[in-house]
Ligand binder design. Structure first.
Ligand SMILES: NC(=O)c1ccc[n+]([C@@H]2O[C@H](COP(=O)([O-])OP(=O)(O)OC[C@H]3O[C@@H](n4cnc5c(N)ncnc54)[C@H](OP(=O)(O)O)[C@@H]3O)[C@@H](O)[C@H]2O)c1
Length: 234
């Protein structure tokens, strides 16, 4: 069974479609999706990753068995009052804290819960949607301070947990994935100046990420991968 957290967003929706033949549990927060007709192997659950204990509550609601694939697709780049900072002079402690609370902490909480619940002989794949702009060495453009920092910290949590899993859950795999620029509410304000062909549909992104996740092996655990399968620098 596949658990997609943040399936009401563009990337999550793409994964839901890519895996439409599989048993899926999908979560939403503020945007309750219309139930597609005839999808009996899809169950929607509400989930707010800012709620203390959310990961335990969600896995309890999913059922007694840990899903073999879990993907965390939630994220925050802007809201009605905040755009990504172009200058450090726009740094705002509350926005920074909210970016980390939404983009970084939920993975830590989910990974802790999965680590506690998984059996040593179990093969779980836990993937989180990160972003290439979270790469420190690839950062040539600057800007987007809170978002970049929250994704860099997320990548560190993934890498560090993967090292622990080598001993603790050697059959399981952790991935940090860059989805590529995907048409969604999150990317909508930044799509105008994109070169032709650089904006992927959610379905295309979903297909590419699903392929990476389905083919992932424990030897890949802790990798930071782009949608095309290339390894990204930290
Ligand atoms: N789109 C891109 O070009 C792009 C590029 C690089 C990285 N990413 C990353 O990809 C991931 C998905 O982004 P997207 O483009 O699909 O964005 P999106 O369409 O805005 O979706 C964001 C998802 O996060 C959920 N969410 C937000 N806050 C939440 C909360 N407190 N509790 C639970 N769920 C919450 C939303 O749920 P509701 O809508 O139901 O509230 C939605 O399902 C993010 O981590 C983003 O940083 C996207």
């Amino acid at each position: 069974m596949k658990l997609i957290i943040g399936a009401s967003g563009g990337v999550g929706q793409g994964l839901l479609t890519a895996w439409e033949q599989s048993q899926r549990v999908a979560t939403y927060h503020q945007h309750h999706p219309a139930e597609p007709a005839g999808q009996s192997h899809l169950r929607w659950l509400p989930c707010n990753v800012l709620q203390p204990g959310w990961a335990d509550d969600l896995l309890d609601a999913v059922g007694p068995d840990l899903p073999e694939t879990i993907v965390l697709c939630t994220g925050l780049l802007h809201d009605a009052d905040h755009q990504p900072e172009k200058s450090i002079t726009r740094f705002d402690r509350d926005w920074f804290a909210r970016s980390v609370a939404t983009n970084t902490q939920p993975f830590g909480e989910l990974a802790a819960t999965v680590t506690t619940r998984a059996r040593r002989d179990q093969a779980v794949t836990l993937a989180v949607i990160s972003a290439k702009v979270g790469s420190i060495s690839d950062n040539k453009l600057g800007g987007w301070y809170s978002y970049r920092a929250s994704k860099a910290a997320l990548n560190m949590l993934v890498r560090t947990t993967a090292i622990e899993w080598r001993h603790r859950l050697p059959q399981s795999t952790l991935l940090s994935l860059h989805p590529g620029t995907t048409d969604s509410r999150l990317s909508a304000p930044f799509q105008k100046r994109l070169p032709e062909g650089q904006l992927h549909s959610p379905d295309y992104t979903g297909q590419r990420l699903a392929q990476l996740i389905d083919n992932a092996q424990p030897k890949d655990s802790g990798d930071f991968l782009s949608w095309d399968g290339s390894l990204l620098p930290w």
